[in-house]
Design a protein around this ligand. Structure first.
Ligand code: HEC
Length: 149
C-alpha cells in the first residue's frame, strides 16, 4: 500500500517536472487585444515554407479548412474558409489564432499549434513538443497574410 502511494507520487512529480520543462522550451509571448503583436523569433516568416507546412500533414490545415487555390487537394469544411484571410486579420491576430485559439474560444476544435499539450499517458514525443515550431508559426502566418482574394 505504502509502495503504491509512493509510486503514484513519483509518477506525478515526473509528469509535473516534464510539463514544466516542456513549457520552458516554448518562447513566451504577450497577448494584447486578442493578438500576439511580436514575432516569436524575430526572423521574418518564409512564405514558401509556410505554405508547405500548412499543406503538409504536420499543419494539416486542409483537413478542416478550404483554401480556394488548392481545389485539387481534399479540403475539409469544419472550419471557416481561409479565402481572403489576409484581409480579415492582421499578422498579430493570425499569430494568436495559430498559437492558441482557445484564448478566443475555449470550445474550439482548432488545435493550438504552439502550446504543449497538458496530456498524460501519451507518447513522450507528443507531450513535450508543440505541433509547430516558433519559426513554422511565423512562416505559416506569413503565407496566410498573402491569401487576399
Ligand atoms: C481540426 C480542425 C482544424 C485544423 C486542423 C485547423 N483548424 Fe483552423 N479553425 C478550425 C475551426 C473550427 C475554426 C473556427 C474558430 C473557432 O472554432 O472558434 C478555425 C479558425 C481558424 C482561423 C480563423 C478563421 C476566421 O475566419 O476567423 C484561422 C486563420 C485558422 N483557423 C487557420 C488554420 C491554419 C493555418 C491551420 C493549419 C496550420 C488550421 N487552422 C488548422 C479548425 C481547424
Amino acid at each position: 500500500m505504502y509502495l503504491r502511494t509512493l509510486i503514484i507520487i513519483i509518477t506525478n512529480i515526473y509528469f509535473l517536472v516534464s510539463y514544466v520543462n516542456a513549457n520552458e522550451d516554448l518562447i513566451s509571448y504577450d497577448i494584447i487585444d486578442y493578438s500576439i503583436p511580436y514575432s516569436l523569433t524575430n526572423i521574418e516568416g518564409n512564405i514558401k515554407n509556410g505554405r508547405e507546412v500548412a499543406l503538409s500533414r504536420q499543419g494539416n490545415c486542409l483537413a478542416c479548412h478550404k483554401v480556394p487555390m488548392y481545389d485539387d487537394i481534399f479540403q475539409g469544411n469544419i472550419g471557416p474558409s481561409l479565402a481572403g484571410i489576409g484581409n480579415r486579420y492582421t499578422i498579430a491576430e493570425l499569430r494568436l489564432r495559430l498559437v492558441n485559439p482557445y484564448v478566443l474560444n475555449p470550445d474550439t476544435i482548432m488545435p493550438a499549434f504552439y502550446k504543449v499539450r497538458g496530456l498524460k499517458r501519451v507518447d513522450k514525443k507528443y507531450t513535450e513538443k508543440s505541433i509547430l515550431s516558433a519559426q513554422e508559426i511565423e512562416d505559416v502566418i506569413s503565407w496566410l497574410a498573402t491569401l487576399k482574394d
